[in-house]
Design a protein around this ligand. Structure first.
Ligand code: SF4
Length: 394
């Protein structure tokens, strides 16, 4: 099946009949490619009959992507875990001077990248770090230059909009100046973290010192306008309600319509571990832990972003393998990457750590009915991967 743009696609008759039978106005709008308002997206997450929602999202995921499921071969690097932002959900950061705090040298990271390219065929470097007030601007310049020198053909997807905002504040520059300098040195795309939910009332509770949602979106807009594409996450499963998730998806869509450049949306389930948020009463009272909630969010994301952002990632690092595989039948088309080394999420006790081989990811995709492909950061499909067969399949 050839990939198709999701704009202006007519739904098949069977889907129209199914949706008619369920009488969901929001779903009816969604399958005709109309933009949904936040209350309608919230309805998809909270109330819409699950089988109809899942069928619509899975249908469009496969149609938009032409049946190609994907992942990239990447390495996940953290250049520092020192951070002064102290988000309540984060088990990764250390305040300056605390045991376990680290900052890696540009040379050390460049060597790790070189090795990963030579030994594992890595095509993407995914690099993020904490908001470390001790780092001068020259550190970031050297970091980008060293990695690009060590692996000139490897895509460098690094820094969240939050990091760009922090670096700009610390160094007395505008965010645009920081973005332009990083791009000039070889930064290829922005990574998607740095915000949890694009809703002021939630961010003020869980990450009050972080970049405000409007500023976060402004940095992405600036990046898109200078030709630097970006990704965006959505962290769910803590103290949010469906309407907050809905607002997040709506704001992502609105920005994409205004200044296109988003590559993918990556829903990330919150792992409580030993974090203050995980131990809070509000989390214990509100958190929705059932797997259907995850799948509803994936499906709602697919439909809310139909015609705007075509790639919805089932992030196995936070969902675990089996739920990620289920997500591939509910609107997701991609499992992220191999993440040969991953630091941020596995630092939370209860998180899933470690990397996966391309064959493992190909197996996950093929068993969910997708053709497994290795892609680059921008979803150019590079090669089809033959998934391993279990002995009983031979
Ligand atoms: S999520 Fe990022 S900004 Fe927040 S404390 Fe952790 S490392 Fe710092």
């Amino acid at each position: 099946m050839a990939p198709e743009t999701s704009k202006a696609m007519d739904p098949p008759r069977w889907l129209v009949k199914l949706v008619d039978a369920e009488g969901s106005r929001a779903l009816e709008k969604a399958i005709h490619g109309d933009r949904l308002e936040p209350p309608e997206i919230a309805e998809l997450i909270a109330d819409t009959p699950f089988h109809a929602l899942a069928a619509a999202a899975d249908y469009y995921a496969r149609r938009v992507k032409g049946g190609r499921g994907s992942f990239t071969v990447n390495i996940y690097l953290a250049y520092t875990n020192i951070c002064i932002t102290a988000c309540s959900f984060c088990a990764f950061y250390k305040p300056p001077g605390k045991p376990g705090a680290f900052t890696r040298s540009p040379r050390e990271l460049a060597l790790a990248v070189k090795k990963a390219v030579e030994e594992h065929g890595v095509v993407e470097v995914h690099m993020v770090g904490g908001n470390n007030p001790e780092l001068p601007f020259s550190y970031y310049e050297e970091l980008i230059s060293s990695i690009k020198e060590a692996a000139p053909k490897t895509v460098l997807k690094a820094f969240t909009a939050e990091e760009i905002w922090f670096i700009a504040k610390q160094t007395g520059q505008s965010t645009r100046e920081v973005l332009e300098r990083f791009q000039e040195l070889g930064l290829d795309a922005l990574s998607g973290g740095g915000i949890e939910i694009l809703d002021e009332s939630i961010q003020e509770r869980i990450a009050p010192k972080k970049v405000p949602p409007e500023e976060y979106l402004r940095v992405h807009e600036e990046a898109h306008r200078i030709g630097l594409r970006s990704n965006v996450i959505l962290m769910y499963g803590h103290i949010e309600d469906p309407i907050h998730v809905a607002r997040h998806l709506y704001r992502v869509r609105m920005l994409e319509e205004k200044a296109p450049g988003f590559i993918s949306l990556i829903p990330v389930r919150f792992n409580p571990g030993d974090t203050p948020l995980g131990k809070s009463r509000l989390y214990r009272e509100k958190a929705r832990l059932d797997g259907q909630y995850d799948l509803r969010i994936i499906a709602a994301a697919r439909l809310a972003l139909l015609g705007a952002v075509d790639n919805i990632v089932a992030y196995w690092v936070s969902m675990g393998d089996k739920l990620a595989q289920a997500a591939l039948g509910h609107g997701a088309n991609d499992v992220g990457g191999t993440f040969y080394k991953e630091a941020v999420i596995s630092a939370a006790r209860g998180g899933v750590g470690g990397g996966k081989s391309p064959r493992e990811l190909a197996f996950m995709l093929s068993q969910a009915g997708w053709e497994p492909w290795v892609r680059d950061t921008f979803y150019n499909y590079l090669r089809r991967v033959e998934p391993p067969k279990l002995p009983w399949m031979a």
